[in-house]
Write a protein that binds this ligand. Structure first.
Ligand SMILES: Cc1cc2nc3c(=O)[nH]c(=O)nc-3n(C[C@H](O)[C@H](O)[C@H](O)COP(=O)(O)O)c2cc1C
Length: 252
């Protein structure tokens, strides 16, 4: 059994340092070790709450579809009744891209407008029924179009309880949480930032509604929830405010 001392070196039990290994690395072995360390560092393992989970790459989003925007607007309705059917990773990726995905070629602009292009919004996912995705809580990373894991397990019931007991939410395969970090916008717009962030959450949520409609899915923008309970579940820091919850699934 070994422990790590203040310098990060392994020491034997009772602080007795183990005998140095008789095997010494020559130049080529060192090069190999360095390559392996670099490969390990660039691997996509991310640490959640004490759990090592792998970052999930999402399939590239479609930028074309068969439903006209007018038809999506005409048919959009809030959906609170979901079939017991999973989402595919592509469906989830498409919805996330609609919410906050990157669309710019020269600059990383996004699907939803943002005051000063400062992008204060974040999107998290509480997943419980997505093919190819372990149940858990993830943060969407628009620049990489992937999901960074935070927590394992199916937390949809906890989320529904946090939303003042709106039990129907737990039937949806996933719930998105749109959050805002007002400081990003306040750096330029001062006190006006708060309203800008709320406006932007509305833009992102409408994108989710329309993308869901285009893909045969349904959602509802949920604003009734206990901030502290949602914060605790999603592990949000003080400067990140939960703004909208959006369960997404196949309408029943
Ligand atoms: C700011 C806001 C908060 C909302 N919060 C909830 C909610 O907590 N639960 C819910 O079931 N629907 C919620 N809704 C959805 C509305 O009930 C819904 O949009 C409204 O009934 C109109 O129906 P439609 O979306 O089908 O057109 C909310 C909508 C908005 C814009």
């Amino acid at each position: 059994m070994s422990a790590t001392n203040d310098n990060g070196r392994a020491e034997g039990r009772l602080g007795v340092r183990p005998a140095p290994s008789p095997v010494r690395a020559d130049g080529r072995q060192w090069a190999l070790i360095i390559v392996l360390v670099l490969l390990a560092a660039s691997a996509t393992a991310e640490t959640g709450k004490g759990t090592t989970m792998t970052t999930i790459a999402l399939p590239p989003p479609r930028t074309d579809g068969s439903l006209a925007v007018e038809a999506a607007l005409a048919r959009r309705r809030s959906v609170r009744n979901f079939a017991d059917r999973p989402l595919s990773l592509a469906q989830l990726g498409q919805i996330l891209w609609a919410a906050q995905g990157i669309t710019g070629n020269r600059w990383p602009m996004r699907t939803a407008p943002s005051a000063g292009a400062l992008y204060p919004l974040e999107v998290l996912v509480v997943a419980g029924q997505v093919n190819g995705l372990a149940d858990g809580i993830y943060r969407y990373r628009p620049g990489k179009h992937d999901l960074r894991p935070f927590e394992t397990g199916d937390h949809r019931e906890t989320m529904a309880r946090a939303a003042l007991g709106q039990g129907w939410m737990a039937q949806a395969p996933v719930t998105l949480a749109i959050t805002g970090i007002t400081a990003r916008t306040a750096a330029k717009y001062g006190r006006r930032a708060e309203r800008y962030v709320y406006m932007e959450a509305g833009h992102a949520a409408q994108n989710v509604y329309l993308q869901a409609q285009a893909d045969g899915l349904g959602t509802t923008a949920v604003g009734a929830f206990r901030d502290n309970a949602v914060r605790a579940l999603l592990g949000l820091s003080e400067d990140e405010t939960p703004l909208y919850l959006m369960p997404v699934g196949v309408p029943r």
